[in-house]
Design a protein around this ligand. Structure first.
Ligand code: FE2
Ligand code: FE2
Length: 175
């Protein structure tokens, strides 16, 4: 993973970035979430011959916003990708392609929001705008989805209990 750390070292040692350890996110903190997503993005980019540097940098900055998603309009489910891209440009001078990767990382939410309109009805979405536009953007989007599901299950005791109960019921049924 030396290559991974060479790519992200100037970001993860930055004081502003390190302050994300204080932000709760998916039952963990935003700093750890960003490291997990970028590591998975890095590995997938290596295997799929995508641009490793762009994928990894966008992966580690995809949620580079401060505070909770319910704290302000700029941090909302659909706006935080744009806020993160602006912050990342300001602090780490990311490229336009890296900004685009960050802006489309919530495509799963955009998609579900557009087919189930009563989820966050105040937020206006267009599938076309939220769709990842490159292989690298798809990698970050999918990595975020996988890691978010993993964190939800690992760190959410209620969710864990529900899984155990589901497993137990299933086990009893098939015996
Ligand atoms: Fe996000
Ligand atoms: Fe995320």
């Amino acid at each position: 993973m030396k290559e991974y750390y060479d790519i992200v070292s100037n970001i993860i040692t930055d004081d502003k970035f390190k302050s994300l350890k204080e932000d709760t996110h998916h039952n963990t903190n935003k700093y750890d979430h960003l490291i997990r997503v970028s590591k998975l993005s890095y590995k997938i980019a290596k295997h799929t011959k995508a641009n490793v540097v762009e994928t990894t940098r966008a992966g580690v900055l995809h949620d580079f916003f401060f505070g909770g998603r319910k704290e302000s309009q700029a941090n909302s489910y659909l706006n935080h990708p744009y806020t993160s891209a602006i912050n990342a440009k300001e602090c780490f001078n990311i490229s336009d392609k890296e900004a685009d990767i960050i802006k489309t990382h919530m495509f799963h939410h955009t998609f579900f929001r557009s087919i189930i309109p009563f989820i966050n009805p105040d937020e206006k979405v267009k599938i076309k705008d939220g769709k990842p536009k490159s292989k690298e953007a798809w990698i970050v989007c999918v990595s975020d989805l996988i890691i978010s599901a993993y964190e939800g299950l690992r760190f959410n005791i209620g969710g864990k209990m529900a899984l155990y109960i589901l497993f137990l019921c299933n086990f009893i049924n098939i015996r």
